[in-house]
Design a protein around this ligand. Structure first.
Ligand code: G6P
Length: 609
């Protein structure tokens, strides 16, 4: 994980970098630091803690420089403390480096460099890189060559940015398996782990690929492969505006992002309509080339995959398996050229998801990715990309990415079903109309919540709970999982999601008047069954919070608390039903005073295995 930023240009690098780090804090936030070239010396400032805690001090530091790098850390090797915070320096203090990733051969490199007389000050794997460059410089004609030779010796994953007194007008960067993007300005250029870091300055970017390095000056960006040969790169314009990456008056990004869902779902529909309506091609997919689907994803994206299995099997009639990407890699899956592998990933950078994709590609499977980040690694490695149009998701707990993933997966199902003849064009249009009504239904729900605060009041009732049980069935079983995940991620309350019918085989033992039981009980083929499950909970004095529709009177009578959601087609109900559960978790975490957007130990983009 970790976020890196670099700047070279006409402004005060310190301010640009601190701004950028704040926008990348979702990537890790246990310590932060910057390095600048000031009056022929490298100045560093680094400290344990979140950027906002050290921002005031950072801003106060009386230095001015046009070139610098910065880092926000999610510790892997070495505790989060001031010493282990990046940037790291070489022995001569002429080279400063920030790194995101893991250097797998760091122990042997460290041994070798120590024997050669280098002194290490931190416990990080990162520090070996800067000493390695210093060592290579002894045998190289220039800094670029030394940088290249050092990078070639690294095993593992890295996005690196380096500044040096040996060539003070250049930021050197390199990438393998960790994201790195270069922002193109006028008389200034940027480097970062992710676009929002510099979106207030430019939306024109170059994505670095694996095994590429680049030299970035204020007026020029040159990209090379590891043989030192120049590589031609495309400039991409990112259609995101800065306002999407700001809180816009909301207390937290999570609350803002929950409230953005009507817009995000609408944009995801309209952004993908052209291929659904066959005005354009969904390139890279031959619908006759596969006879089964495997979905790989992590976290919340995995829950979207579990719901997509219902779509793809029940509507498109294609056998579909769903795997945690981290498990898929090690279970020796049966995957071949007749398999379509769908990866679902908000960031497009999750290490396990990328590894699962690579494994499938090796076995000649076709790859489709459902992704939110233009130019991310998943989009570049897949044969076909379907974008979600959520806009930047900053809060670590995923919300709008999830509902837009479901939207995109449903659109793909409609496309597949029509082409394979399991739905008529009329049926596709009927589903599409239902889908298009979702944004206004979500909007109605969210507006009502703003006025009446029903979810908020129920959260107030339960925020001291120690455990919670979430139950659902059929397409809403994954919503029970997602509701439970949201609660534990941000409020640190132990929560379990369970298929309601399975409750009697274990979790029922937990039920008493202290354990809230959240039940998804909206209209659908399993509603009567879910009602029986609610009866079973009530018979054990459980307190039931039910997500249901106004017309489902029985649930209204049985449950202790009701979260009413608009009625929609059963397959689309997860998109609506998840929203009160997102809000429930949000309010509980907020009542408990936790840092909602940056929960402990978590990071948004998990770029390590
Ligand atoms: C992390 C995030 C989750 C996210 C998961 C998968 O765990 O905290 O919110 O669902 O990674 O991320 P991806 O970007 O691949 O969807």
């Amino acid at each position: 994980m970790c976020g890196i930023v670099g700047y070279i240009g006409k402004d005060n690098a310190k301010d640009v970098i601190v701004d950028g780090l704040k926008r990348l804090e979702y990537r890790g936030y246990d310590s932060a630091g910057i390095a600048l070239i000031v009056d022929g010396e490298i100045f560093t400032y680094k400290k344990q803690g979140k950027i906002r805690n050290i921002e005031v001090e950072l801003r106060r530091v009386p230095v001015y420089s046009n070139v610098g790098i910065g880092h926000t850390r999610w510790a892997t090797h070495g505790k989060p403390n001031d010493v282990n915070a990046h940037p790291h320096l070489d022995c001569t203090k002429k080279i400063a480096l920030v790194h995101n990733g893991i250097v797998e051969n760091y122990a042997e490199l460290r041994r070798e460099l120590t024997e050669k007389g280098h002194t290490f000050t931190s416990q990080t794997d990162t520090e070996v890189i800067v000493h390695l460059i210093e060592e290579e410089l002894k045998h190289s004609s220039d800094f670029f060559t030394a940088f290249l030779s050092a990078v070639k010796r690294l095993q593992g994953s890295y996005a690196i940015a380096v500044i040096t007194l040996h060539q003070p007008d250049t930021v050197f960067v390199a990438r393998k398996d960790s994201p790195l993007v270069i922002g193109l300005g006028e008389g200034e250029n940027f480097v970062a782990s992710d676009v929002p870091a510099f979106l207030s300055y430019t939306n024109r970017v170059i994505f670095l690929d694996d095994f590429e390095i680049a030299t970035v000056t204020s007026s020029q960006v040159s990209v090379f492969d590891l043989n030192g040969e120049r590589v031609g790169k495309q400039t991409v314009t990112i259609p995101w505006s800065l306002s999407l990456a700001e809180k816009a008056g909301y207390k937290h990004f999570m609350l803002k992002e929950i409230n953005e869902q009507p817009r995000a779902v609408a944009d995801t529909i309209s952004g993908n309509l052209s291929w659904l309506r066959k005005e354009t091609e969904l390139e890279g997919i031959d619908l006759n080339s596969f006879n089964r689907i495997q979905i790989v994803a992590c976290g919340t994206s995995y829950h979207a995959g579990l719901i997509a299995k219902f779509y793809l099997e029940n509507i498109a009639k294609i056998p579909t398996e769903v795997d945690y990407a981290s498990e898929y890699r090690y279970r020796d899956p049966i995957v071949d050229e007749k398999t379509l592998v769908i990866s679902i990933t908000q960031s497009g950078e999750t290490a396990d998801t990328l590894a699962a994709m690579r494994l499938a590609k090796k076995e000649r499977a076709k790859l489709l990715t459902i992704c939110n980040v233009i130019g991310s690694t998943a989009t570049r490695e897949a044969d076909t990309v379907i974008y979600t149009y959520a806009g930047p998701e900053i809060s670590v707990a995923s919300t709008k990415a999830f509902t837009t993933q479901l939207t995109a997966l449903f659109l793909f199902t409609l496309y597949l079903s029509r082409e394979r003849g399991t739905l008529s064009s009329e049926e596709v249009e009927r589903y599409l109309r239902e889908l298009m009504e979702l944004p206004s239904k979500l909007e109605t729900f969210l507006n009502l919540e703003k006025e009446e605060g029903v979810v908020r009041k129920i959260a107030l009732e339960f925020y001291r709970a120690k455990d919670a049980l979430y139950l659902g069935r059929h397409v809403n079983y994954p919503i029970a999982l997602e509701g439970a995940l949201k609660l534990k991620e941000i409020s640190y309350i132990h929560a379990e999601g369970y298929p309601a019918g399975e409750m009697k085989h274990g979790p029922i033992a937990l039920i008493d008047e202290n354990v809230p039981v959240v039940v998804v009980a909206t209209k659908g083929k399993v509603l009567e069954k879910v009602i029986s499950n609610i009866e079973e909970v009530k018979a054990r004095k459980g307190r039931v919070i039910a997500v249901t529709n106004p017309s489902v009177k029985k649930v209204g009578e049985l449950a202790d608390f009701i979260l009413q959601v608009p009625e929609v087609d059963e397959y689309l109900s997860p998109v609506v039903n998840v929203v009160p559960l997102q809000l429930f978790a949000y309010y509980i975490a907020d009542f408990l005073g936790y840092d909602v957007d940056q929960p402990r130990n978590l990071a948004k983009s998990v770029t390590v295995e």
